[in-house]
Design a protein around this ligand. Structure first.
Ligand code: ADP
Ligand code: ADP
Length: 204
């Protein structure tokens, strides 16, 4: 299969958590716009500088920046047989731009109610050495790495509310857009990490 797969869902749905397993199963590299933007911010690039204020406010980064970033990434050799998009596209213009450059074969929508999102986001931690995602309650980091895990700057209760509004206003309409094209696969994300992963794996 040479098409790409999109992992879709609200912030904290579990896209990043499931991406590794799907990437292994399909052989498609994970392309996370969130990770790409965070590394641009950390490296102090001009793009990072432009994106930073939007990210810290919990707003979407403008489409032109995101589309430029993705177009460049898709020129890499490992993207030739399709990739696994995580956190992209997030607006209809982004999806339209994507449709011009690659074929999307499936959109996996991980559905989680808003009530569960806040506790997932606020409890999220990351190991900066491995990129592994943890949760203080649902997937506690092992003792040996406890001292080095970090919390994302935008993972606060206040910012998550803005991110959820952005999701409902700008991103959620994409579910209908992809479903009209017959590409949307809905997964109940309000179950254990393993159960969600097994459901996704059975669909691929
Ligand atoms: P996203 O990439 O969609 O923003 P993450 O994969 O980073 O979401 O997950 C957000 C937080 O929720 C993390 O702390 C993660 O450990 C936790 N998490 C992910 N999936 C589940 C699940 N099925 N049940 C409980 N917690 C989960
Ligand atoms: P999450 O899924 O947990 O909300 P991400 O890591 O995917 O977080 O994104 C973090 C932030 O980066 C978003 O709140 C937004 O500001 C920006 N961002 C990431 N991907 C996109 C995108 N496709 N379009 C616009 N902004 C994006």
């Amino acid at each position: 299969m040479t098409g790409s797969i999109v992992l879709f869902g609200p912030p904290g749905a579990g896209k990043g958590t499931q991406a590794g397993r799907i990437s292994e199963l399909t052989g498609k590299p994970q392309v996370s716009t969130g990770d790409m933007l965070r590394s641009a911010v950390a490296n102090g690039t001009e793009l990072g500088h432009e994106a930073k204020t939007f990210m810290e406010a919990g707003l979407l980064v403008p489409d032109s920046i995101i589309i430029g970033l993705i177009s460049e990434r898709l020129r890499d050799e490992d993207a030739a047989k399709g990739v696994l998009f995580d956190g992209f596209p997030r607006t209809i213009p982004q999806a339209e731009a994507l449709a011009e450059i690659v074929s999307v074969e499936a959109v996996i929508s991980i559905e989680v109610p808003d009530e569960s999102i806040v506790e997932r986001i606020v409890g999220r931690r990351m190991d900066p050495e491995t990129g592994e995602i943890y949760h203080i309650e649902f997937k506690p980091p092992p003792k040996e790495i406890l001292a080095r895990v970090i919390q994302r700057k935008d993972d606060t209760e206040e910012t998550v509310r803005s991110r959820l509004s952005a999701y409902h206003e700008q991103t959620a309409p994409l579910a209908r857009w992809y479903s009209d094209k017959g590409l949307l696969i809905r997964i109940d994300g309000n179950r254990s990490i393993d159960d969600v992963g097994n459901s996704i794996a059975s669909m691929l």
